[in-house]
Design a protein around this ligand. Structure first.
Ligand SMILES: NC(=O)C1=CN([C@@H]2O[C@H](COP(=O)(O)OP(=O)(O)OC[C@H]3O[C@@H](n4cnc5c(N)ncnc54)[C@H](OP(=O)(O)O)[C@@H]3O)[C@@H](O)[C@H]2O)C=CC1
Ligand SMILES: CCCCC/C=C\CC(=O)/C=C/C=C/C=C\[C@@H](O)CCCC(=O)O
Length: 329
């Protein structure tokens, strides 16, 4: 009998999550039934969505939601051989049983040169978010100017590079000087530290005096309220996330956006990447091609040890990650 370690939400978050909000438990797994398979987590993802989704979708005592790259260790399902790797949404668990229905197999042709953890980042949900958010929501065109915040993160770093591949000028912001240096290294035309500039308004104007055609918003809040005034006429805003608001105990009250929306005749669209699940194969194929060509660089913030999942999650929310935050079991 296999005993899994799991992390449960001991107490709903109030403001920033604390390690005391989580509790590690041991769960004895039953023997496999026909059609089932036993999976062992190899890499686990920590993502911003877990913060708001936990409030909406979870009750105290539930196993934390999340995805992982897992290896098949025992199988009574002919579609999955022992040793195969899959992306699963098994939550924060070291081992779990699946009936095979909600698993995304990694292609057997996965290049040996690439870490399988990329299936949780640049070649997975965050990378696809950037891909479809930029091409289908922003509808960027060559020669345009693209703005992206949280630009050194899992989604933002892909957005900026795809925009460069698409022939655009790219401006990004991040929360540390080292992240800003990374952005310039991977090809951003302009980048600034939003925490240290004296004026966000001035920084945005300096980076692109004629404004922005596309704004890929990962952050919301005050930044978005200021950035909207720098949009060009007929600009497009892809509302991807609002991480500056996820930990609010009292909702922020921003300026109202109707005047710039009307005056500049802007388009603003919120989106969730799961709406493109049917396009997943197309997106991963395109992203993989650019990675293998060296046009799409990736960075992973790897935390070692299942016991460190809460710390990795909290650290990501606080900006301690460069690129995709993952936990290596
Ligand atoms: N709509 C969708 O389908 C999806 C939406 N998302 C959203 O995209 C955004 C980025 O996600 P992801 O790339 O996975 O995460 P990241 O890898 O970018 O990590 C989160 C980053 O957000 C930044 N951040 C945290 N708090 C603040 C704040 N108060 N103000 C400004 N920046 C902050 C930090 O970077 P920094 O150093 O720059 O502060 C931190 O590193 C999130 O809002 C997420 O919810 C992600 C996936 C799918
Ligand atoms: C509850 C209010 C949510 C407001 C928007 C918050 C976050 C946006 C975001 O980060 C969306 C992420 C989407 C992730 C999609 C796919 C999965 O890997 C997560 C699935 C989680 C689930 O649907 O159970």
């Amino acid at each position: 009998m296999v005993t899994a370690k799991v992390w449960v939400l001991k107490k709903h978050f109030e403001g920033f999550p604390k390690t005391s909000d989580f509790e590690m438990k041991q769960v004895a797994l039953a023997n496999l039934k026909d059609g089932e398979l036993l999976l062992e987590s190899v890499f686990l993802s920590v993502d911003p969505y877990m913060r708001p989704y936990s409030k909406r979708d979870m009750k105290e005592g539930d196993v934390m939601i999340g995805t992982q790259v897992a290896r098949v260790v025992e199988s009574k399902n002919p579609a999955f051989a022992v040793g195969a790797f899959v992306v699963a949404d098994g939550g924060w668990r070291t081992h779990f049983i699946s009936d095979g229905k909600d698993l995304n197999p990694l292609p057997p042709s996965w290049p040996e040169s690439l870490p399988r953890s990329l299936a949780l980042g640049t070649l997975g949900m965050p990378g696809l978010t950037a891909y479809f958010g930029l091409f289908d929501v922003c509808k960027m065109k060559p020669g345009e100017t693209v703005l992206v915040n949280a630009a050194a993160g899992a989604v933002g770093s892909v957005v900026g590079q795809l925009a460069k591949i698409g022939g655009c000028k790219v401006v990004g912001c991040a929360g540390s000087d080292s992240k800003v240096a990374y952005l310039k290294k991977i090809g951003f035309d302009e980048a600034f530290n939003y925490r240290t500039v004296t004026s966000l308004d001035e920084a945005l104007r300096k980076a692109s005096p004629h404004g922005y055609d596309c704004f890929f918003d990962n952050v919301g809040g005050e930044f978005a309220s200021i950035a909207i005034n720098h949009m060009k006429k007929y600009g497009r805003i892809a509302v991807c996330g609002a991480i500056s608001q996820y930990n609010d105990t009292v909702p922020q009250k921003g300026p109202y956006i109707q005047i710039p929306m009307i005056f500049k005749e802007l388009s603003m669209k919120g989106f969730i990447v799961t709406s493109w699940n049917n396009g997943r194969e197309e997106g991963v194929k395109a992203l993989l091609k650019w990675v293998l060509e060296g046009k799409l660089k990736y960075h992973e913030q790897v935390t070692e040890g299942f016991e460190n999942m809460p710390a990795a999650f909290i650290g990501m929310l606080k900006g301690e990650n460069l690129g995709k935050a993952i936990v290596k079991v």
